[in-house]
Design a protein around this ligand. Sequence first.
Ligand SMILES: [Zn+2]
Length: 384
Amino acid sequence: MLVPMRPLLETSDRLGYALGAFNVNAVCQAEAAIRIHEVFHAPAILQGADLANGFMGGRADFMNATLEDKRKGAANIAAAVKKSALDSPIPIALHLDHGRDFESVKAAIDAGYTSVMIDASSLPLEDNIELTREVVKYAHPLGVTVEGELGVLAGVEDHVFSLSSTYTHPLDALRFFRETKVDALAISYGTKHGAAKGSGTVIRKEIAIAIKELLRHEGIEGYLVSHGSSTVPSYIVDEINSLGGNVHDANGIALSQLQEVARQGISKINVDTDIRLAVTRNVRLLFKQEPGLKEDKHLGPVWKLMDSNPSAFDPRTYLAAVMDTVMYNDIPTAQVQRLVDAIKDGVMEGIGRLLVSFDQVGKARFVETRSLEEMADYYKKKGI
Ligand SMILES: [Zn+2]
């Protein structure tokens, strides 16, 4: 069933593990993400990034997505997730990643997202609090979960870009929770967006521990989120390069560090790059095994985009050639089905190994799911 994100975070916090939260950019990716969580009986958080919604709304040049594109894409993906979630035995939350302004967040909620992030971390603290509070005031009466961000992560993720990082100050985080009433907070503590994290990243886990301790003392139930936490498996990067790709300086966060912070106050771990890499390797492999597909009416243009940009591993760069498949899961031929299968396998590989590593397997049954209406009641009673 499709549910708000907060009950999932409550359970992971209580049981001392963290939930992977995985980004999708196409209907078939959402289907595969749900499927692999079902296989492992794990609670699921699917994420559509702000500009990914633009892409799924038909905007191939997604960096220029308008509010209208985002609205359309959010509706497409929400409809697909709702349909898959209907008969699913696991709880599934659909979360907006890096909502950039109030209107984009509202578009996602109105389209059926059950959880949203407002990323106002580039604003001064006062303004960040004010905008986040505004989003909470809109979302909570509808039962929708809200995540904010405080501190600046280095790295690139769509429109989110920063050269350097500023760690989150624990006292600011406490104030942020108290004044905005958000459910969850993305903190900056050493992780980085994108694949170029540099080798040997060390997470400042003390920051998460300190914030969590302050929240406990103040009786605030808030959850911490680790962004920029892809592990960037080197075996996949190597395979991409052996298949004609050119991906270099790709480094992730060591799994052991993520497993450690999961027991020390982090409740949600965002992963995007791992999935992008696995999908890209699979699509490259498909063209290598069946070179004839390079001339196919539908797949030829995909290959052209892929071949002209060997350093790109964001599937949106080449799936732009099959937008009807991305948006509506249109599968007109057996050849397109092959592409979709390759994409789905990549999504399941990227997510599956992390569900196991994050100890998320079998946890669906512990989640006390609540509907949007029940969450709206909960917030009302608590005055948040
Ligand atoms: Zn992020």
